[in-house]
Write a protein that binds this ligand. Structure first.
Ligand code: SF4
Length: 265
């Protein structure tokens, strides 16, 4: 008999758990979160710096929402992850599965095989949360996605600069006619010119694509690399920047990280 770990693709994970989505178009919905290890970016505002490297083990919730985690060693084989997700999938509880990180697209070869199977077994839609800078990897799994929340990284806030990749990435999502929205983190240091450039980038693809402006959440344990930690924008700055973007786009919403207010993971 074939073992569950032999000859199967593997992924490096941080955790699997059930929680309320706190950001973007899916805010307030219940999701099974699969948090992948590794990220190739180093955003100044990152609240997930523990995902940048692969831990020797990952934690898996046994009962959805109960935080009764058990620990397993990394990497995790495809059938084992399937089993964990199916175990979380209690009847009528979840709205979708969230692929998050880190950067889930660093696991695209794994996801290409995992996603069709998890869709078939759970019947749940698949939502990808991504830095929005890896269009080639996106194309590998696009047929299995139902919605995408992608970042546009403003260099003045994140320290990252990926304009061309963001453009290609968003165009692929739009062409595939799947639900897509853009998230942009705002801080006191946000540069209005960059914000306008982001609005133009989205509007050139479609002014109907929703954009979420998310004021940076003050970090309890800063992981930023050099310089001062990004500070949340003032109420006046937020109103000014929303107005600026509404010159180009039909939907510009300001929503903070609501899961932090609910003390969720
Ligand atoms: S893309 Fe996300 S996980 Fe990676 S450094 Fe930026 S905020 Fe952190």
């Amino acid at each position: 008999m074939k073992s569950k770990t032999a000859d199967y693709p593997t992924a490096r994970l941080i955790e699997v758990f059930s929680a309320i989505q706190g950001e973007g178009l899916n805010v307030g919905t219940r999701q099974i979160f699969i948090r992948f290890a590794l990220c190739d970016l180093r955003c100044h505002f990152c609240d997930s710096a523990h995902t940048w490297d692969t831990p020797s083990s990952c934690r898996i919730e046994q009962t959805p929402g109960c935080r009764d985690f058990e620990t397993h060693s990394n990497p995790v084989s495809l059938p084992v992850l399937l089993e964990w997700v199916v175990r979380q999938n209690h009847p009528a509880l979840h709205d979708s599965i969230s692929l998050t990180g880190g950067e889930p697209l660093l696991h695209a070869p794994f996801l290409e095989q995992f996603l069709p199977q998890v869709r078939q077994l759970t019947g749940l839609p698949i939502y990808l949360e991504t830095g929005g800078h890896r269009p080639e990897q996106l194309l590998m799994i696009l047929p299995y996605l139902d919605s995408v929340g992608m970042d546009i990284k403003l260099p003045s806030v994140s320290g990252e600069n990926h304009w061309q990749a963001h453009k290609e990435f968003l165009q692929h999502c739009y062409n595939a006619q799947i639900e897509v929205f853009v998230k942009i983190i705002l801080s006191q240091q946000t540069n209005s010119t960059e914000l306008e450039q982001a609005a133009e980038l989205v509007a050139a693809i479609s002014p109907k694509i929703p954009v979420f402006l998310q004021p940076v959440t003050p970090l309890e344990t800063p992981h930023y690399l050099g310089g001062a930690a990004p500070m949340p924008p003032s109420p006046e700055q937020v109103l000014t920047w929303q107005a600026l973007m509404k010159h180009y786009l039909l939907q510009v919403r300001v929503v903070p990280q609501t899961h932090k207010m609910l003390n969720q993971l």
